[in-house]
Ligand binder design. Sequence first.
Ligand code: GCW
Length: 701
Amino acid sequence: MKSSTRCLTRMLPFFLLPAILGLPVRAEDGHRLWLRYDALDDAARDPYRRSVSAVVVQGQSPAARILRDELKQGLSGLLGEPVPVSNKASSPGAVLAGTPDNSPLIASLGWEKELRRLGPEGYLIRRTEIQGRPANVIASAGESGALYGAFHFLRLIQTGQSIERLDVAERPRIARRLLNHWDNLDGSIERGYAGTSLWNWAELPGRVDGRLLDYARANASIGINGAVLNNVNARPESLSAEYLKKTAALADAFRPYGVRVYLSANVAAPKLLGDLPTADPLDPDVARWWRDKANEIYALVPDFGGFLVKANCEGQPGPQDYGRTHAEGANVLADALSPHGGVVMWRAFVYYKDDVDDDRVKRAYGEFVPLDGLFRPNVFVQAKNGPLDFQPREPFHPLFGAMPRTPLIAELQITQEYLGQSTHLVYLATMWKEFLDADTFAGGPGSEVAKIVDGALDGRETTGIAGVANTGSDRNWCGHPMAQANWYAYGRLAWDHRLTAEEIAGEWIRMTWSRDPEVVATMRKMMLDSREAFVDYTMPLGLHHLIGGDHYAPMPENDTAPRADWTAAYYHRANVQGLGFDRTRGGSGAVDQYHRPLSDLWNDPAACPEELLLWFHQRPWDARLRSGRTLWEELCHRYGKGAERVSRFEQEWRSLAGKIDEERFLAVERKIRQQASDARDWREKCVTYFQSFSRRPCPKD
Ligand code: GCW
């Protein structure tokens, strides 16, 4: 941008600018997500115009209608001219999409065998000939797969890739790719930072808000195929006849987009909602209650996905209230659902009310590993990525690789509860990749978490992944305009965890912001650096939980929460000698929940990666680290480095002035300014606090 224009952008109210510059005025508030479909510029669209002439979708079902509309809208938008819909592939350049069952033209290609192998969600995209004319074919054995293929095809054009010699075969690596909504029936969202719940419970089932279709469409565009509608801290009423009708209306709305609904279940429902005197999972009346409930649900929602359960944790009821195990609790639900094909996702996030563990991170492993093999085949155990609670950095959860006879769902948190909520730019794909790529050594080297989650290590087809959603009623869906990237990246990784964080960021920026190489390069760099910067300015070197009740602001001094494991002091263990939680063999022993050689490596302070040093070790202030600095100096260095990186975000973002629409530009600018100021607060507060133990001067840099 010319400097005179840049100057203008600083001085003028943003809404006047487009008019003055002669640009079209359009509300660009982030609502359209990555599905904007704005016209490519002339040079970029010419090759596509030559290859694309019409949309041909022969099916008549609701899903086929959605497919046709998406292709028509997407292609017409991107090519800057109406692309007609036709029933025949009579002109060269048809975009033919569908399944052999709903499209005679696709059936005539003889691709059934390949399509069957890719499954109903997989697809082929090929440039081929139909009746002697070149065509672009998007084919799947199932309607969901055809829609996923269409979004793939559109993405190629949105991101400026060639469609000349297309030959794509895709299938998802994980079967259940779910969002978990922690939405309450009163419309609030636990750990939600983007407004209120999208589910308009009060108006349902009579009125389904149009926004819900946009939600389902966005999920379909990234391959998400299920949503758990309500908070894991579940009200029993969500299973009442009244609410099930509302759930059924949502299920009907989402179905054509390939999104199935699931519910969180409160396991005391037989008592709280029914009139049984007990919710003991081994009581025959309780089992009957769950069977009847499952029958009632499936009569309304024939493709209901199943139940997610948080039991015996943070005040939730559970089988242990009756002296039963988690397996006994899960199995009674599983038996009720299995005749209908439903599953139970039983969470491993557990710690107890009256019993604060010496080391809380050890709890889930101790509870669940002995139960391996005792769950019904339609039960998943769902574990968070790390053993504590979605901290900026944790080692992977030791259950991955420790329960070979139980399918495990990996629970990631898209909403940034501990990572700056909707104020800080933190791109989470790098963190999730670190987790998915971590080698558990469960079956020797090369036993990455991803291979456990996608079933490759144990030859398992029952697979799943969950992301705690960051969506809400905010116009831009996720609060921070750039937090949409985390919803997007979650879906893309759930589909194919081999994609890199960098590739996904590049796609998302081009689709959501701009194809200008400078914008792409600048934003991508910021995104890729953001998670490590956040770790550095908040909890470097393996520190964790340095927060208070809001889970946002620095509070390393917090030592008086209602329970010790809600404080910060429980975790950092700072004293005049040093800093960190000793989880070695000489300490809590948590390190031995991991396989060798990892446990040996992490047990040794000289070999342990410094990123996890204070997670596993209490180290003296003068211990030498790899940089040559002492622990104290390195700590100060990291806090400084993180805060400094974010202050450069401010300049980098400003360098894009004029290259991005004003409304979103200013919204991000405001957020980054706050982030940079918060990062300085974190640095000041934590360095000063830890200095009261280290009693050493701050290094000059
Ligand atoms: O991260 C913690 C949150 C709780 C949450 C809990 C859980 C839904 O602070 O808000 O409850 O974990 O995952 O169950």
